[in-house]
Ligand binder design. Structure first.
Ligand SMILES: [Zn+2]
Length: 65
């Protein structure tokens, strides 16, 4: 399964919770990720995008169950 399909197979409510809870090292807080792409990772999938608040690059690993 490709990374994008894996992401879309996650229920919508959980996806939205994950998107709104990405750590930004600049804001030092959990932020919303924007303009993200979904990539494969050894442990699952990774969301890579920008912090909604400051624009810094942020990423979030979502491990396989
Ligand atoms: Zn930020």
């Amino acid at each position: 399964m490709d990374a994008n399909k894996k992401w879309l197979s996650i229920p919508k409510e959980i996806r939205s919770r994950l998107k709104n809870n990405v750590y930004c090292s600049n804001c030092k807080d959990a932020v919303e990720i924007k303009n993200f792409t979904v990539e494969d990772d050894d442990f699952g999938i990774v969301l890579k995008g920008k912090c909604q608040q400051c624009g810094q690059e942020v990423a979030r690993l979502i491990e396989n169950e």
